[in-house]
Design a protein around this ligand. Sequence first.
Ligand SMILES: Cc1cc2nc3c(=O)[nH]c(=O)nc-3n(C[C@H](O)[C@H](O)[C@H](O)COP(=O)(O)OP(=O)(O)OC[C@H]3O[C@@H](n4cnc5c(N)ncnc54)[C@H](O)[C@@H]3O)c2cc1C
Length: 465
Amino acid sequence: MKKYDAVIVGAGPAGIFSALELMEDGKGLKILLVEKGKDIDKRFCPMGEDEPTCTKCSECDLLSGWGGAGAFSDGKLTLSPEVGGFLTRYLDRGTLQSLIDYVDAVYVRFGAPAEIYGGNVDAVRELEGVALKNDLILIPSRVRHIGTELCRGVLTRMREALQRNVDVSFKSGVEKILTNDGPSARRVSGVRLASGEEVSADVVILAPGREGSRWLEREVKVLKLTRLQNPVDIGVRVEIPASVFEHLTSITYEPKLIFYSKKFDDKVRTFCVNPYGEVVKEYLKGICTVNGHSYGQRKTNNTNFALLVSTIFTEPFNEPISYGRYIARLANFLGQGVIVQRLGDLHSGRRSTTERIAKGIVQPTLKDATPGDLSFIIPYRYLSDILEMLEALDALAPGVNSRHTLLYGLEVKFYSMQLRLTDNLETEIENLFAIGDGAGVSRGLVQASVSGVMAAREVLRRMGH
Ligand SMILES: Cc1cc2nc3c(=O)[nH]c(=O)nc-3n(C[C@H](O)[C@H](O)[C@H](O)COP(=O)(O)OP(=O)(O)OC[C@H]3O[C@@H](n4cnc5c(N)ncnc54)[C@H](O)[C@@H]3O)c2cc1C
């Protein structure tokens, strides 16, 4: 049986940053990085090139492989502790900020551009004041934008840096986590790969991302680890003329705004703002949802962002992922994919049609969305929350609540199961760490990367490095 000091499961940003940190400071450590997808240069999604829709490949090249879900992402590095994860549960804000700065510097070292958006403190403060007067909370965040085209290059350079000192295995995921159960404590002892091969290891770091969250859930049940309650985010993608948000996006790049609705007191928030970007379809295991991108070089006349409502269900219901998928499936059922509607049509209680959309000021950047009626799909509570927030946003950015504004549905964000973890991100099993989106500690590239550094530093400390 092969023996390693540490096995890392998943080559997304969390796993890659663990490996980079272990390699740089743990001279002589034997490290194996196991990724069930393909290497970065072999990842290719047939959709859009040869196929108009998702062909449902057995392993999704968009979400799996070197770089994880981040490889084809927009590469927005959000550099504020309040955004992109939950690491403030485990670290104080100051320590988290210094780790964020650390991983940001690593991204720059591997080729991320130098420019940072949102660094103008006075302008951000002024905006915060205006937002507050309109019931909106602005979360200031600084963003470094790698851009979809450059992401691959950054990840390729990381791959090259690691390949000399870290063994990387592709296309055969980890199937089982192995443990030694003593009388009082349980300790990890290695992993079994899908190929059947067993690998022994002193430490295992789990970084399977959202793509591997179902697998992790199954393993967590078998290992009887404690799980925490999880929310689901449901909403729409909004598309407006870029000029309407220009005064916000030029100061903060990605304005994160929170609003508590009057009727239901629900938390509604903006998410993933793409100035001059494009609305895109996203396939999540058999369902089609909506998302947004912006490219470093290619620009449209529109800005898009998501408006999402977070719900944590209470007992006895505990299947937020199935609930979100159920509603998204309804949109797919009625619209055969993504539905787009003009806000004015929604207010008038009528569906949008191709002709009505063509008359609008905002032309959809997602060309094959079906004009329809979102009120047949989105539950009243969410729709009411979203309409209230659009009204509030209009005071900050006049024109957002225009009848020409386009709404695409459904946008849904799932949270991976959250595990009970120590402040070093160790599970209830000794030397078994869980990091990144799959463990429910992050929701973005930066905090996923930070969580990788946190686990690796603890491993190095235990191994005396
Ligand atoms: C379309 C899109 C755009 C995004 N844009 C941004 C953005 O601009 N900014 C931002 O901050 N975030 C963005 N995100 C989110 C970001 O990509 C994720 O937060 C981040 O990639 C999470 O990192 P991770 O390492 O935890 O997991 P992942 O990146 O999901 O990587 C996990 C890896 O583990 C592998 N794996 C799973 N199970 C196993 C197993 N059993 N054995 C072996 N390997 C396994 C998977 O194949 C995958 O490659 C975007 C996500 C998507 C989908």
